[in-house]
Write a protein that binds this ligand. Structure first.
Ligand SMILES: *Cc1c(COP(=O)(O)O)cnc(C)c1O
Length: 378
């Protein structure tokens, strides 16, 4: 067998431990739900499933009765592109707040769809500044919407959503939030954070499997999209809303099995509670950061800007990222590269069903890999 077809090595827990920022190691019940009986997506039981998943997705966003969620078949980018291409009218303009790879992705999506936009760049690793956002909105009354990433997964930075939400609401503009890698682990609330459009996905901190994503918004906002002509056929958010809400039927074939698994994941998230899950993630992140500190690793971000689920550290001297990744994979752990301009750094995420032992046992493996290359360099 070539190395590409060989089954991966397993950690001492008997699993390949995913320390990439999604997809994540899932609960056994979530995986088991994927093997549910075959079903037709246009039967009443599939409609009931879709309705329940929509309601539970809304609940994890802190939505009220006046809010709902629209489900999309696809990874987080599908829901993000549906929102960004569907909500800004041609005579409006969106201000994209950008401080990393996913901020850039927002700007690339709107520019591709011909959505009028403006970009406010803070620079990678620089936190978003609510005062700068306020100034931009004050100076330009033509801006109707603001788009931001809550957890900028490319660096691990948690952006000040609540402060920016307050500024955007005070200026009477509409806020679109990419909460794809924060929902489930970071504090977020449709009302308290003044979010008009919240984008989430199944396979990150909500601990489902990839293939379903969603946009949570008020019925009122979704109804009003009837006045914005769709820019895409498949990702027309208003079309999906009308089909799911009026007909209780999906517009196109959904990922039914992934949705079945997502419902189980949402039940687990709601039972655990977002604050408790956030605390579980924070404890793992703290253990990871303490262990890296002991090893005198360099961190990309200061502690006050770090989210609960991603730690970005420098690749140690004497080895490349690929050597580190491949060595760790052979020990049963998957770490993650950085994107674009962050060469020399790598990411260790702690999303998903991880135990304290998984985190603790990662570091002896890490030390073995680093020592192997340090010996060779000697
Ligand atoms: C993962 C992620 C996305 C979506 O990426 P997909 O490849 O579609 O899963 C978007 N935004 C953020 C902040 C993310 O972390």
């Amino acid at each position: 067998m070539s190395s590409a077809t060989m089954p991966p090595s397993l950690s001492s827990s008997g699993r390949l431990i995913l320390l990439n920022p999604g997809p994540v190691n899932v609960h056994e019940d979530v995986r088991a739900a994927m093997a549910s009986p075959d079903q037709c997506h246009r039967e009443p039981e599939a409609a009931a499933l879709m309705d329940r998943v929509r309601a539970k997705a809304t609940a994890v966003c802190g939505g009220a009765d006046t809010d709902t969620s629209v489900l999309l078949a696809g990874s987080g980018t599908a829901a993000l592109e549906a929102a960004l291409s569907s909500v800004v009218p041609q005579d409006g303009r969106i201000l994209i707040l950008d401080n990393g790879h996913y901020g850039e992705r927002m700007f690339r999506i709107v520019s591709l769809h011909g959505v009028p936009y403006q970009r406010l760049e803070f620079g990678w690793t620089r936190p978003m500044d609510p005062a700068e956002v306020d100034r931009a909105l004050e100076l330009d009354p033509g801006i109707t919407h603001v788009g931001m990433v809550h957890h900028e997964t490319s660096t691990g930075m948690l952006n000040p959503l609540r402060e920016i939400g307050a500024v955007v609401a005070a200026r009477g503009r509409s806020l679109i939030v990419d909460a794809i890698s924060s929902l489930g682990s970071e504090q977020l609330d449709m009302r308290a954070d003044h979010i008009d459009w919240c984008v989430g996905t199944a396979n990150k901190c909500l601990e489902g499997l990839p293939g379903v994503s969603f946009v949570c918004a008020s019925h009122e906002n979704l109804e009003r999209l009837s006045s914005v002509p769709p820019r895409t056929f498949y990702l027309d958010l208003h079309g999906h809303y009308m089909s799911q809400d009026r007909k209780h039927a999906p517009m196109f074939t959904p990922a039914v099995q992934v949705m079945t698994a997502f419902e189980v994941a949402l039940d687990l998230a709601i039972d655990e509670g977002v604050p408790a899950r956030g605390a579980r993630y924070a404890a793992h992140a703290e253990a990871i950061r303490a262990a890296f500190t002991e090893r005198e690793a360099r961190f990309l971000l200061p502690p006050e800007h770090r989210a609960n689920s991603v730690t970005t550290v420098a690749v140690p001297p004497h080895l490349t990222y690929d050597q580190l990744h491949d060595g760790l994979k052979a020990e049963g752990y998957v770490v993650y590269a950085t994107q674009d301009q962050l060469a020399g750094w790598f990411r260790v995420a702690n999303m998903g069903q991880l135990g304290a032992a998984d985190v603790a046992e990662f570091f002896p493996a890490y030390d073995r890999v680093v020592a192997k290359y340090a010996d060779q360099a000697r």
